[in-house]
Design a protein around this ligand. Structure first.
Ligand code: F6R
Length: 221
């Protein structure tokens, strides 16, 4: 079921769930997303009195070919929005060095407790583009024209958008214990409804989430 609310309320609610998990657990593992959608959650977390020193994070994806000092790299993004404000046990990205071991590392951390997800206008989750199989693990993808165009808003020109990324696979994401999927903006409404109420198909990677036993879906205009 899709719950509609204001963006502020959705972010507040999710940040509170994260706070509760972290406070109630000896050790916790978060799966984090970048892009415009989760910014409000990180803003809330920065304001909260939570100690993340026993929390590990695994980001969903990272561009291929962007140095971490590039303002559009996802490491840079996470640093700006959260990691430079709050000290965590450790923060991981599927970069060149870690990506072959990413799924084993997550398993060895006892899995992701809470995974935050946005959705692409083509139905992608992380950078699992249409056609990605259900059993995919962390891998390198060629970004679709649609994603390159969508993400060009963050760059000076479309030619600067990387054409490849490293991403958790669908299976990696589905193994998370709890998933929060958030779509913000009227341009995401139709694809969100198709993903959540339509047929389960690799053509809409987010539709696989219907099979997750602990999924919460939020929409705001
Ligand atoms: C980002 C990610 C992507 C975004 C999606 C929506 O780490 O994995 O799947 O969540 O492209 O992006 P925004 O939130 O910018 O609309």
């Amino acid at each position: 079921m899709i719950k509609s609310n204001t963006y502020e309320k959705i972010c507040h609610q999710i940040a509170h769930s994260i706070k509760k998990l972290v406070n109630d657990s000896e050790f916790s593992v978060l799966g984090l997303a970048t892009g415009s959608t989760p910014i409000g959650i990180y803003e809330q977390l920065r304001k909260m009195d939570v100690d993340f020193k026993k929390t590990l994070t695994y980001n969903l994806d990272e561009y291929v070919g962007l140095d971490e000092s590039h303002p559009q790299s996802y490491k840079y993004f996470m640093n700006e929005h959260l990691f430079k404000h709050r000290k965590f046990h450790s923060n991981h990205f599927p970069d060149e060095k870690l990506f072959p071991y990413y799924d084993s590392m997550i398993d060895n951390s006892d899995g992701i407790d809470i995974q935050i997800l946005g959705i692409g206008t083509n139905g992608h989750i992380a950078f699992n583009e249409p056609g990605t199989p259900r059993d995919s693990k962390t891998h390198i993808v060629d970004l679709t024209e649609n994603t390159i165009k969508d993400n060009s808003r963050f760059f000076d020109s479309i030619d600067e958008v990387p054409t490849q990324a490293r991403t958790m696979g669908i299976d990696t994401i589905m193994r998370s214990k709890e998933i929060y999927l958030i779509a913000r903006g009227k341009h995401k409404k139709e694809i969100l409804e198709e993903a959540i109420y339509g047929n389960i198909t690799p053509e809409i990677p987010a539709s696989f989430l219907q099979e997750h036993r602990n999924l919460k879906v939020y929409y705001s205009d």
